[in-house]
Design a protein around this ligand. Sequence first.
Ligand SMILES: NC(=O)c1ccc[n+]([C@@H]2O[C@H](COP(=O)([O-])OP(=O)(O)OC[C@H]3O[C@@H](n4cnc5c(N)ncnc54)[C@H](OP(=O)(O)O)[C@@H]3O)[C@@H](O)[C@H]2O)c1
Length: 253
Amino acid sequence: MAESKHTLSNDSVISESKTVLITGASSGIGLALYNHYISLGYNVICCGRDISKLEKLNTNAQAKLAFDVNDIDSVNEAAKTIIAIDILILNAGTCEYIDDAKNFNGQAFRNVISTNLLSMGVLLESFLPKVKRGGQLAFVSSSATILPFPRAEAYGASKAGVDYLANSLRSDLKKDGINVCLIHPGFVKTPLTDKNTFSMPFIITPEQAAVRIYKGLKQNKQYVHFPKRLTLLLKFLSLFPQKFSNSLLAKDV
Ligand SMILES: NC(=O)c1ccc[n+]([C@@H]2O[C@H](COP(=O)([O-])OP(=O)(O)OC[C@H]3O[C@@H](n4cnc5c(N)ncnc54)[C@H](OP(=O)(O)O)[C@@H]3O)[C@@H](O)[C@H]2O)c1
């Protein structure tokens, strides 16, 4: 995929036309990322489960790949169509809550761990070899890993696994010239959070989230977290004994 310069009508150079692959680009944060990168002239490969949703995207992506991240064969087949990637953003994810911990919903736990964490092994096996030297690998995890939230046993465990995976891969991929970025969004208004009935402090729009992720990656950051008024507060609370944060969070969720 050839590198070229894209210019705005006022002739200012806005980006080198790099190739970005985004999973979960049919909705929420992934869709906002897709729109943002397309508006800046990047080649975007967008991925989702439902090709009809991807077909409705209003601009021409470099490629539209439909696969379920839990389906190893579909992921492998999709990856065969891709030659090279500059920025790989692993964003697709799901959330199911454990409403009754004593009667633990093992199926919900397996669903979430599979989609959010086990799928990473499949996606990395298929797409990471396509990432160029000097490229970037970004994981959309969650600020939920900063503190243990009630009902988030499945979601939080899956994202804590993603955190470890990203941080561990970072040192191993250094020799390949690939920067690994871990992303911790706070609450973002998307179909995923529209289901929440609890209050979501400092919630931001997917477009605001996309700009923060874009800027972080542009600066080659290893860790991007936002909005800081939430993530820094969570980090501060995490310094106290867990019984303190437990009682604080249990009131709301
Ligand atoms: N929203 C927040 O407040 C928030 C906060 C922290 C972290 N995050 C993380 O941000 C990421 C995006 O979330 P979002 O809020 O934008 O959610 P969303 O609007 O529900 O979008 C989720 C995206 O992931 C895709 N996806 C889900 N399961 C998939 C599967 N099995 N195979 C392939 N694609 C699948 C969906 O595709 P379909 O269209 O096919 O369903 C959709 O494109 C997730 O990893 C989430 O955990 C979100």
